[in-house]
Ligand binder design. Structure first.
Ligand SMILES: O=C(O)CCC(=O)C(=O)O
Length: 271
């Protein structure tokens, strides 16, 4: 499938991650380098999942209420009784703040980014029952173009994510050319129209994470079930990352704090 590059993307070369690794296996590192992703089962135990779900609930309910009151019951790519995005939860919940710097994520940051890493973004994405719209193919760096282009996304399943309820799909190897050209649609930014034969579903059990590069083209399917598909997305970037359009550093003290500094875990500043 022919791909066009994002206009800001010149001369991108993928830098392979190399060991020694603290958390990931060599096979997971190879998958991250060659395919751009891997699935990490059991990143969270059942108690951590329950605490995260409880912490997200009141804020997601407020987002859903605002969507129901909005013109057309939509705001940008969110839709009442369809898909909600509850962003920057680490600014509101001590539980989620601590989760963002839990040992599993800190180890992933050290293994896959380096010794100086900040939280870049966090959001809960809930897909409501019988919501038949897909979330289209995109790369995370296609939303807000950041340099360095390659940062880390942990798509954490709070409920089992299956092909029936909208698990992520990925394009193995699709990260290697850097950020692709995107166009805006009603459902979100789009870098690819069709699945193509190489697209792969990445189902993951509750508590597991699909760990991928910000350059991995991914989409999620419709939710054909009667239950809400719940995910919490944590993204991490190397210290010094900047948003290209504004030249703003990604270091907002209230939510883009260090989780690893000089190779050591850093506790988030208290709320
Ligand atoms: O979780 C979803 O359904 C889509 C979310 C997503 O791909 C994203 O936030 O980049």
């Amino acid at each position: 499938m022919a791909v066009e590059l994002h206009p800001y993307n010149h001369g991108f070369e993928w830098t392979s991650v190399r060991g020694p690794f603290r958390r990931i296996t060599q096979a997971q590192a190879d998958s991250f380098n060659r395919r751009g992703f891997f699935v990490l089962e059991d990143a969270l135990d059942s108690e951590m999942i329950a605490r995260a779900v409880d912490a997200i609930r009141p804020w997601e309910a407020k987002v859903e209420a605002s969507l129901r009151a909005a013109p057309g019951r939509r705001m940008f790519i969110a839709e009442a009784e369809g898909i909600s995005f509850t962003v920057h939860l680490v600014k509101r919940s001590q539980v989620l703040r601590e989760l963002s710097a839990a040992p599993v994520f800190v180890d992933l940051c050290r293994d896959l980014i380096g010794p100086d890493v900040r939280l870049y973004w966090d959001q809960a994405v809930y897909k409501k029952p019988e919501y038949e719209k897909p979330f289209p193919w995109h790369q995370d760096n296609g939303y807000t173009y950041v340099e360095p282009q390659a940062y880390l996304t942990c798509w954490v399943a709070l409920t089992d994510a299956t092909e029936r309820n909208g698990c992520p799909w990925v394009v193995p190897g699709g990260h290697l050319r850097g950020t692709l050209k995107h166009h805006l649609s009603e459902l979100g930014w789009v870098c690819r129209d069709e699945d193509g034969p190489e697209a792969l579903a990445a189902p993951v059990r509750a508590g597991g994470a699909v760990v991928f590069s910000s350059l991995m083209p991914h989409r999620t399917g419709p939710n054909l079930t009667q239950e809400v598909r719940q995910a919490y997305i944590l993204q991490y970037a190397p210290d010094g990352a900047r948003v290209v359009e504004s030249n703003a550093p990604c270091n907002a003290p209230d939510r883009q704090y260090f989780v690893v500094r000089g190779g050591a875990r850093v506790a988030p500043p208290p709320l």
